[in-house]
Design a protein around this ligand. Structure first.
Ligand code: LHQ
Length: 265
């Protein structure tokens, strides 16, 4: 996959690709170039069969500070109405690529994750946080609504009541508190964060990738459908899963009392 970008670092380690947002001088605030690059990198990693797990993280002391507010300074100086929906479409491309990817995305968050950066973390399949993490739905602080999928993702992760609190009050949520309310899956001490992230990513990259793709499809569609639709989809997806090489390997390994060796096929 492409590895050279202006504002992203791409590292490939076996089946794990790490995408690092890299503008540490502004806490990895998202400018137009970085947003476009993230969409391209997410789609690229999703399509590359050698990639079996993707980690999204930030360089320096933050995950990300959301939209680069300098980008809009010129617009605010004018009396013309500002239209932001085209820019949001570029954020939506990233969210869609992560959700549709036939493999897991992990957000690895240390330091602040604010605004659209926070919501990109929420779009990932799993989140691991360091105990110095700060999650901030910053939008109401500057008179905006949560974007980059925030309304949808927040309500599904923490429920409507907590989502309203986080969006309306726009107070920071610490890493440990984020784990307590289900905003992240794991919170670990900062000193253990790189190793814990690596271990989680390697575990997923060595897993049954096709089954993971089918699990993503089943669970994400279940969150948007009713029981009967989900039961029907479950049957279709299990017909696919049961014919994978990894399923056979899993059963063979279990019966032979040895660890499975999954190839992702
Ligand atoms: C920044 C930013 C930033 C530029 C820190 N931009 N420089 C919105 C609008 C339109 C269309 C599309 O979508 C969106 C989506 C959004 O994401 S809206 C939300 C935008 N983000 C924010 O409102 C957060 C603004 N930043 C902050 O509130 C604080 O910086 C946080 C809480 C993130 C971090 O606070 P601290 O740890 O105290 O760091 P700091 O404030 O000192 O920031 C460090 C530097 O980064 C500083 O620059 P400087 O030259 O003084 O060192 C900041 O100006 C810069 N920076 N966020 N979003």
């Amino acid at each position: 996959m492409r590895t050279t970008y202006q504002h992203l670092l791409i590292d490939q380690d076996g089946g794990v690709v790490t995408i690092t947002m890299n503008r540490p001088e502004v806490l990895n605030a998202l400018n137009a170039t970085m947003i476009t690059e993230l969409g391209a990198a997410a789609e690229d990693a999703a399509a590359d069969s050698a990639v079996r797990c993707i980690v999204l993280t930030g360089a320096g002391r933050a995950f990300g500070a959301g939209q680069d507010l300098n980008d809009f300074a010129a617009g605010y100086a004018s009396t013309e109405p500002i239209k932001v929906s085209d820019r949001l479409e570029q954020y939506h491309r990233i969210v869609r690529a992560i959700r549709a990817a036939p493999k897991p995305f992990i957000a690895a968050v240390q330091g602040v994750a604010a605004g659209a950066s926070c919501n990109l973390a929420l779009a990932c399949d799993l989140r691991i946080a360091a105990d110095n993490a700060r999650f901030l739905e910053a939008f109401a602080r500057i008179g905006l609504v949560p974007d980059a999928g925030g309304g949808f993702l927040l309500t599904r992760l923490v429920g409507l009541g907590k989502a309203l609190e986080l969006a309306l009050l726009a107070d920071e949520v610490s890493g440990p508190e984020a784990a307590r309310i289900g905003l992240v899956n794991f919170c670990v001490p900062l000193a253990e964060f790189p190793q814990a992230t690596h271990k989680l990513a390697q575990r997923l990259a060595n897993g049954p990738t096709t089954a993971y793709a089918l699990i993503k499809e089943l669970l994400y569609r279940a969150a948007e459908s009713d029981l009967n639709a989900s039961l029907a989809l479950e049957g279709q997806l299990q017909d696919t899963a049961i014919n994978t090489a990894d399923h056979r390997e899993g059963v063979t390994a279990f019966l032979a009392k040895r660890p499975p060796n999954y190839t992702g096929k």
